[in-house]
Design a protein around this ligand. Structure first.
Ligand SMILES: Nc1ncnc2c1ncn2[C@@H]1O[C@H](COP(=O)(O)OP(=O)(O)OP(=O)(O)O)[C@@H](O)[C@H]1O
Ligand SMILES: [Mg+2]
Length: 285
């Protein structure tokens, strides 16, 4: 079971001139190693602090390097979505510490957290979560609402993001007029239009056929090659094989943690065992 994690359009509000997130992460005088993108220390999450408690995460300690590509696996109910909600600051741990790019989220106020979500993190969900009866372009523009950009600039950035996922020509289509794979590519464009450093994806290929799965995985691999940290939840071993590190959760704990490629290696190419057509053709048509 997954908790409801609706896509939350950012509150329209003026851009802060010097958000905490950028102040702290901005390189000081060059050099200097980047802090890990993610540090979790003894993070637990308990739902329903009434009579029936569910311990969805139990003392999870995890460090994810900037630029890594991590797959999170585990059976249904093992805590994957709970973990992603915490990583994306959509939810807070019940106990334990969480640092993003070296900043403890406990030191952030609501505006800092909103900045973090809006500027640094791109979300992709299994069910796409596009706004119905709204064009692909308008959907992709949505996360730019906060940034105080001109309409022209928003439009241009959304168009570029759609082009990057091979959807430039479909910009005027509404979600109901697109296939699942095309909707997910629009959702990926929406996730990256703000130029986030981290992409969090909860079973992004769960509703896709094998060909669309490959297309979406190729896009994720490209985002990772650009240096973005990718954390992807999946049930499918073929999808996890695309990552550089595979973490398996069980009953709210880390059961297994395997590195399959170095952080700064190119991500493994998606296996094209499923489709004879090749993925790129469609994606870039
Ligand atoms: N909002 C909530 N209130 C109460 N319990 C919850 C809530 N969200 C999740 N849980 C419980 O927490 C545990 C972990 O759920 P979670 O959604 O993180 O699992 P998951 O690994 O993502 O599963 P799936 O593969 O089915 O999506 C489950 O036992 C679930 O029932
Ligand atoms: Mg889930």
């Amino acid at each position: 079971m997954s908790p409801s994690t609706p896509h939350r359009p950012p509150r329209p509000r003026p851009a802060r001139e010097h958000p905490l997130v950028e102040r702290v992460v901005a390189p000081r005088g060059g050099g200097g190693r980047r802090p890990p993108a993610i540090v979790l220390r003894d993070v637990s999450k308990t739902y329903g602090l009434g009579e029936i408690e569910v311990r969805a995460l139990r003392d999870v300690t995890l460090r994810i390097a900037s630029g890594d590509f991590v797959a999170i696996m585990g059976s249904s109910g093992s805590g994957k979505t709970t973990l992603m909600n915490i990583l994306g600051c959509l939810d807070l741990p019940t106990s334990g510490r969480y640092l993003v790019d070296g900043i403890d989220i406990r030191d952030m106020d609501e505006d800092d957290l909103a900045d973090l979500r809006n500027r640094k993190i791109g979300f992709v969900f299994q069910s796409f979560n596009l706004v119905a009866r709204t064009s692909a372009l308008a959907n992709v523009e949505l996360p730019l609402a906060y940034a105080g950009l001109s309409r022209h600039t928003r439009r241009a950035r959304a168009q570029r993001a759609l082009a990057a996922v091979g959807m430039a020509k479909r910009w005027h289509h509404q979600p109901s007029e697109l296939s699942g794979g095309q909707q997910q590519r629009v959702a990926v464009a929406r996730a990256v239009v703000t130029n986030p450093t981290m992409i969090l994806a909860d079973e992004p290929t769960g509703n896709l056929d094998s060909r669309s799965t490959e297309e979406v995985l190729r896009i994720f691999a490209g985002l990772n090659r650009e240096g973005r940290t990718v954390v992807l939840i999946t049930h499918e071993p073929d999808v996890a094989a695309q990552a550089k590190r595979v973490i398996t959760l069980g009953d709210g704990r880390v059961l297994d943690d395997r590195r399959t490629a170095a952080v700064h290696d190119r991500p493994p190419a998606p296996r094209s065992q499923k489709s004879a057509h090749g993925a790129l053709g469609e994606a870039h048509r």
